[in-house]
Design a binder for this molecule. Structure first.
Ligand SMILES: Cc1cc2nc3c(=O)[nH]c(=O)nc-3n(C[C@H](O)[C@H](O)[C@H](O)COP(=O)(O)OP(=O)(O)OC[C@H]3O[C@@H](n4cnc5c(N)ncnc54)[C@H](O)[C@@H]3O)c2cc1C
Ligand SMILES: *[C@@H]1O[C@H](CO)[C@@H](O)[C@H](O)[C@H]1NC(C)=O
Ligand SMILES: *[C@@H]1O[C@H](CO)[C@@H](O)[C@H](O)[C@H]1NC(C)=O
Ligand SMILES: *[C@@H]1O[C@H](CO)[C@@H](O)[C@H](O)[C@H]1NC(C)=O
Ligand SMILES: *[C@@H]1O[C@H](CO)[C@@H](O)[C@H](O)[C@H]1NC(C)=O
Length: 452
């Protein structure tokens, strides 16, 4: 009787073994628990896929958590977040929402970082993904060995290191963390303080000071106006060709690029000079994936990561996805779509084109950029191609399409920013259907209720 049970058990056990050898469970490693990582986690979980998220801090939400400190955190890691106290989103609510999880009704049209960070925490709880995240685990190295990925990670408090094997890698380590410094002559002679926007926390330290802002990207414009509220003067050095029709205050002075610094100030390319107390470099960030080596098959530089298919699939090792490297798009909506595409890929819902084909397509895009004499960083720009991108993702993978209304909202919001950077956040955008939205002005009472 007993022997019979043993026999049955052994047979069942062997069947299980051979089954798992044929239909090997796919294991997915996700790096980072920012929007990229948590949205990947949500869809991987829904699809019943075996996955682990490694996050070097003890938080979800990545850059959306404000931290008053500068430099390193309590575990000696460089502070990842670039958030500042006064920040409100620079895109309206519908374009900041992850699929099927609306931002609370009572929040203003452009929520504060605090409310948005809360939203990301709520999202992680709602979709029950916290158990899948190994917090305080810093990924040190991801190597391709044979037909698997070896992931070396370290507990940032005990220093214990681990190595695990995975079939797929989804990277969501963010790319607004490592400052891009312009290296302007005379910096070391300059007696004032120079910081990068990564370390900008709040306007107060700049009260009654003569402040120089360098760069006119989203950070330069937003931090510039933030500082101008309290500073004595606001000198803005940039070479943007954009016509800002914002009514800048009288103490705002536009300048061309900086020629050099001396002890007391900056000399600009037009020969003019300004005395300056503090400088904030809003000169952008560098791509930085320090945990990849040459076995990834990628060419990594501060300006670009190539070659990628659909702006995210590593063409030379297509079991690796790099999320959120795109610029000039509704990033949150795009990340959500990329997470669904990645999940559909792992699930086997579709297969990628052959290597040759992906390479050719990428090469064609790269050649177009080079022939226009543009820098390689343009390979990551979506801009007017954003809606087309969503259409292509869906066509290929079968995921639900990001509706065209998102791009339409972004387009109108972009115009509102060109018109007036002080007022673009006063508009509420309400989605009617996949194609249409309406815009109206927000009640001042809603704005007064902002929790900054
Ligand atoms: C100041 C600022 C304002 C912004 N405003 C907007 C806005 O209004 N609207 C908008 O759509 N976008 C905005 N963005 C863009 C923003 O980056 C995205 O909204 C989004 O946060 C990107 O998410 P992510 O997951 O790709 O990266 P992140 O949020 O940067 O998250 C990356 C995570 O990976 C972790 N990590 C990194 N390396 C490792 C490692 N080796 N091992 C383990 N974990 C690691 C980090 O700790 C972090 O938690 C803003 C960005 C900044 C910096
Ligand atoms: C971990 O390593 C850091 C840096 O080398 C060191 O300062 C720290 O004391 C170590 N912690 C432990 C628990 O060993
Ligand atoms: C910006 O405005 C100036 C003056 O109004 C005009 O000459 C120029 O063509 C405009 N540039 C762009 C890019 O629209
Ligand atoms: C810095 O350069 C300006 C312009 O040439 C000059 O007026 C100023 O005196 C210089 N400052 C110092 C400390 O040399
Ligand atoms: C994969 O395809 C199945 C069947 O069509 C579908 O139900 C599922 O949602 C798809 N998964 C993803 C992540 O697209």
């Amino acid at each position: 009787m007993f022997r019979k049970y043993i026999f049955v058990f052994t047979v069942v056990f062997q069947i299980c073994l051979s089954y798992s050898a044929v239909v090997k469970t796919k294991r997915v490693c996700v790096v980072g628990a920012g929007i990229a990582g948590i949205s990947a986690a949500r869809y991987l979980k829904e699809a019943g896929i075996d996955f682990t998220v490694y996050e070097s801090t003890q938080y979800v939400g990545g850059t959306w958590r404000f931290d008053p400190r500068v430099g390193t955190d309590e575990n000696g890691l460089p502070l990842h977040t670039s958030m500042y106290k006064t920040l409100r989103t620079n895109l309206p609510k519908p374009t900041m929402e992850l699929k099927g999880f609306p931002l609370p009704e009572h929040l203003p049209s452009f929520p504060s970082w605090r409310d948005y960070y809360q939203y990301l925490q709520d999202y992680s709880k709602h979709f029950n993904i916290l158990d899948h995240i190994k917090f305080l685990h810093n990924v040190l190295l991801i190597r391709r060995v044979g037909d698997v990925w070896r992931v070396k990670h370290q507990h940032v408090q005990t220093n214990e290191t681990f190595e695990d094997e995975y079939d797929y890698i989804i990277i969501g380590n963010g790319h607004f963390s490592k400052p891009n410094m312009p290296n302007i002559p005379g910096e070391d002679r300059f007696k004032g303080k120079i910081i990068h926007s990564h370390d900008y926390k709040e306007p107060e330290p700049f009260r009654n000071r003569r402040v120089l802002i360098v760069g006119a990207g989203p950070s330069g414009m937003d931090i510039g106006l933030d500082v101008a509220e309290v500073s004595k003067t606001l000198v803005h050095s940039h070479h943007s060709k954009i016509n800002f029709s914002t009514p800048f205050p009288p103490h705002y002075h536009k300048k061309p690029d900086i020629q050099e610094f001396n002890e007391t100030g900056a000399i600009f390319k037009d020969g003019s000079y300004e005395e300056i107390d503090d400088v904030i470099y809003c000169t952008g960030f560098q791509y930085d994936i320090p945990f990849l080596d040459e076995s990834s098959g990628l060419t990594l530089s501060p300006k670009s990561i190539v070659p990628l298919y659909r702006y995210m699939v590593n063409i030379n090792q297509p079991s690796m996805i790099l999320m959120g490297l795109i610029v000039r798009a509704c990033l949150v909506v795009a990340l959500d779509a990329q997470a669904r595409y990645a999940t559909a890929l792992v699930k086997g819902n579709f297969t990628l084109p052959p290597h040759e084909e992906m390479m050719q397509e990428w090469q064609k895009r790269m050649n177009a950029i080079r022939s226009k004499g543009l820098p390689s960083s343009y390979i990551h720009i979506l801009a007017e191609k954003e809606d087309q991108y969503y259409a292509e993702l869906s066509e290929e993978s079968g995921i639900q399409r990001v509706p065209p209304v998102m791009f339409k909202i972004r387009t109108q919001d972009m115009q509102a920013k060109l018109d007036n950077l002080y007022t673009y956040r006063n508009y509420v955008y309400t989605v009617i259907d996949d194609e249409n939205f309406v815009r109206h002005e927000e009640e001042p009472a809603v704005r007064r209720g902002l929790t900054l």
